[in-house]
Design a protein around this ligand. Sequence first.
Ligand code: ITT
Length: 191
Amino acid sequence: MQELTSKKISLATKNMDKYEEMRNILEDYNLDLRVVDLKGTEIQAFSVLSVAEHSAKEIASKTDDAFIVEDSGIYVNSLYGFPGPYSAFVYKTIGLGGIVRLLKNREDKTAEFHSALVYGDKGKVVKSFIGICEGTISTDLQGELGFGYDPIFIPKGKKKTFAEMELNEKNQISHRSKAARIFAEWLENNK
Ligand code: ITT
């Protein structure tokens, strides 16, 4: 018999835009995403995966419920991957204008968004998933939708920034949507 009730799963985040994006994707897989105020410590590390896994370990020690935690960052190639796991700090300090200025005289404006999603259940960290979206940094801020770095990130093959896309369009190609879909498909096959 087909399962009618959706599986409840908690997302540990303070970012409601992130929640909205993931809720939208995961409902297609019959997952009922809730927000939980259980974020673990965000350590300083080279990869968003290390940050998310550390946070997941702390969350798993506090709950037996099924949860996910997701950490993202933007890696600018000509800046050797900066700001990467420091994306939130850089966003709050030099901001989008600062990144655009750093790249002003650089020919290579390519960048990648990385999303690391970690799933935990029954007090244990279960599995990690990665999603990557390639693109370029725009020469100025464009668009008002989305959040964070969206106004300066043009995904590969597109002529507009994430901030010029409705949620559904961003969700077809974003780093986060890739990680979320791989996770949801894995969960379906490993119930
Ligand atoms: P959490 O509570 O889940 O940690 P956060 O906003 O701090 O929420 P991250 O640490 O994952 O999220 O994000 C690091 C930075 O990268 C932060 O400044 C975000 O605004 C930005 N960011 C993450 N995902 C993004 C996306 O899809 N588009 C634009 N900016 C994004």
